[in-house]
Design a protein around this ligand. Structure first.
Ligand code: ADP
Length: 613
């Protein structure tokens, strides 16, 4: 059944009720009308006939009185006219007997009328006036009264019937009125109830459908509209269900793929042993791997300031690397193991070395940063072990080495007996090696002291020119041997620096010595000192072989010696220099290119000048 038909049918009960009330009204009104007509037909005609008959009877009586009074002709004519009229009225009444008792009264009227006519005929045949008078009073007058009474009775009977019937009609019309009101109310009630019920039933599928649409809108893709039948709404319901089905399938498939991809990428970073932290372009934490959760206690769950719950040292490092990468400075590489941060865990301390890489978007812009904290605990332990070992060995070597050097010296100088020239040569070489060994052992002890934080600087205010001179002097002999020129250039604006002159003198001497070592004959090593903002910058330039870029980062590591470096060094000089400069609050670095010489530089804080009053 179509929706249109249903809605039309829903209107049917009201229409039916209307038709029913109309039919009842027409029937009752027709019946009321017929009752009125009956009163007219049945009784009004009889009343008229009775009145006319009484009138005609009276005229006949007055005609008889004319005749008694001698007006014979006039009386004759008048009675003949009335007699005919009365007869026809009486016939009419006889054919219109409707009320109970009316037949008897009419019959009485007929009998009286017949008798009256007979008496009247007898009266007319009288020839003398006296006799006519006598007959009138003897037979006409009593018959007249009898007929008149009978006519009055018919009249009264019909009048009574009329009153009674009109009363009955009024009552009937009252009843019809009440009935009509009741019928209208009942029809309206039933019709309205039936119409609303049917309309509601016809429209119920629409509300089912609208509920389903609302739930789908809220993301419930499993919802289906249960609409039975074969009308337009059922068709709409089926179309809706197919649409929801397609949406659900699409969502399941795309969601599944998405979840799979996400699970795969999460599993990938979870499989990395080192903590990995991923940030968005705005610096918001996007993802962490399992190791980050375990080691850094970094969990995305719980919300709020996630980084705030991490140990402060690790947090500072992660934020610094994030700032570096998101600031557009490219990937972040640590300078060395000293950048590793310590994180205390129940199973022991861990050392984490930070690295950072940018995450690039489709158009090459930085859309995030990945920070990896490489676990270097084992390497650190090896380093510590190596330092301890080196410190112990150096310490244990020192005393025997001193006595060995002393012994060799005494023997070489012939203090304990004569030595041949050949023996003396060997002994001098042995003493030189002993001194070199002593230098290395001293360096190692220095380094281990520095690293143990035991380096105590004896800072004094000195002139940089003096420092430079001392350093150049210490290398003058070696430079002369190699044919390398030494030069200096100290800015007039640099009057003094606050340093430990012994330690910094060694640093400067070491740098100059390296320069001399790595510069071929005819070259030059120059020391420059100049102001640079609030700092003093020392530079040691040489015109030597230069250093390959890949080695520039490593030459400051302990024991690192570039391949092919001249024998003699232990690879400690630069690392000690760096530690000493840093202990002074400065920085040390190198600018170099193969074949174009090297410039080692370091900066120191400019001393604050105290003006004397
Ligand atoms: P070493 O005592 O062995 O020279 P350093 O720590 O002083 O150790 O130097 C480390 C390495 O750096 C050296 O092996 C050398 O290869 C390189 N190097 C240092 N100074 C220079 C320089 N002026 N020119 C070229 N290479 C240098």
């Amino acid at each position: 059944m179509t929706l249109r038909l249903r809605l039309l049918l829903a209107q049917a009960p009201l229409a039916l009720a209307l038709v029913l009330v109309g039919v009842v009204a027409v029937i009752t009104l027709a019946r009321l009308g017929r009752s009125g007509q009956r009163i007219l037909q049945d009784n009004y005609r009889s009343v008229l006939a009775a009145q006319r008959m009484t009138e005609q009877l009276e005229r006949m009586d007055s005609a008889a009185l004319f005749i008694v009074a001698g007006e014979l002709e006039r009386g004759q004519a008048q009675q003949a006219a009335q007699r005919q009229g009365l007869e026809s009225e009486l016939r009419l009444q006889e054919s219109n007997v409707t009320e109970p008792g009316e037949a008897e009264s009419t019959h009485r009227l007929r009998v009286g009328w017949e008798r009256y006519q007979t008496a009247y005929d007898g009266f007319l045949t009288q020839s003398s006036e006296v006799e006519r008078k006598a007959v009138y009073f003897r037979s006409i007058e009593p018959a007249f009264r009898e007929v008149k009474d009978a006519a009055s009775a018919v009249l009264a009977l019909n009048q009574d019937a009329m009153v009674h019937k009109s009363e009955e009609l009024r009552r009937q019309s009252d009843r019809v009125n009440t009935l009509m009101v009741l019928a209208v109310l009942a029809a309206f009630g039933v019709g309205l109830f039936a119409s609303t019920t049917l309309t509601h039933r016809a429209l119920r599928p629409v509300s089912v459908l609208s509920q389903a649409v609302r739930r789908l809108g809220r993301g419930d893709y499993a919802v289906r509209a249960v609409v039975e039948g074969r009308d337009e709404i059922a068709q709409l319901g089926q179309d809706f269900n197919s649409m929801a089905e397609a949406l659900q399938q699409y969502r399941q498939s795309s969601l599944g793929e998405l979840l799979q991809a996400q699970a795969a990428s999460q599993a990938t970073i979870d499989s990395l042993p080192d903590p990995v932290v991923v940030f968005g372009a705005d610096g918001v934490l996007l993802n962490v791997n399992r190791s980050a959760e375990d080691v850094l206690k970094l969990s995305l769950e719980g919300g709020g300031d996630v980084l705030g719950r991490v140990v402060p040292e690790a947090r500072e490092v992660v934020e610094r690397v994030r700032g570096h990468v998101l600031g557009g400075k490219g990937a972040y590489q640590p300078r060395g193991y000293e950048e590793a941060v310590r994180v205390e865990l129940a199973e022991g301390d861990r050392w984490l070395l930070p690295r950072g890489s940018p995450v690039y978007g489709e158009t090459g812009e930085v859309v995030g940063a990945t920070v990896i904290l490489q676990d270097v605990t084992r390497l650190r332990r090896f380093d510590e072990l190596k330092n301890d070992l080196v410190a112990t060995v150096a310490h244990e070597f020192r005393t025997p080495l001193t006595s060995l050097r002393m012994a060799v010296h005494l023997v070489a100088e012939g203090m304990v007996g004569a030595v041949t020239e050949k023996q003396a040569d060997l002994l001098f070489a042995a003493r030189e090696d002993c001194e070199r060994l002593q230098g290395i052992v001293d360096d190692l002890l220095d380094l281990s002291r520095i690293q143990a934080g035991q380096l105590r600087l004896e800072v004094r205010r000195v002139s940089p020119a003096e420092l430079v001179d001392a350093a150049l002097d210490s290398q003058r002999a070696a430079a002369g041997e190699r044919g390398v020129r030494l030069a200096k250039q100290v800015g007039m604006d640099v009057e003094s620096v606050d340093v430990d002159p012994d330690r910094l003198g060694l640093v400067l001497g070491n740098l100059v010595g390296n320069g001399v070592k790595h510069t071929p004959a005819g070259g030059e090593v120059e020391v420059r000192v100049a102001r640079e903002g609030t700092r003093v910058r020392f530079e040691v330039r040489d015109t030597g072989e230069g250093i390959a870029p890949e080695q520039q980062g490593r030459i400051f590591e302990k024991f690192y010696r570039a391949p092919g470096a001249p024998v003699g060094g232990a690879g400690l000089g630069l690392s000690i220099a760096k530690e000493v400069v840093q202990a002074h609050g400065g920085e040390l670095g190198v600018v170099s290119a193969p074949g174009r010489g090297s410039t080692f530089w370091f900066t120191l804080p400019q001393p604050t000048v105290v003006e004397s009053a």
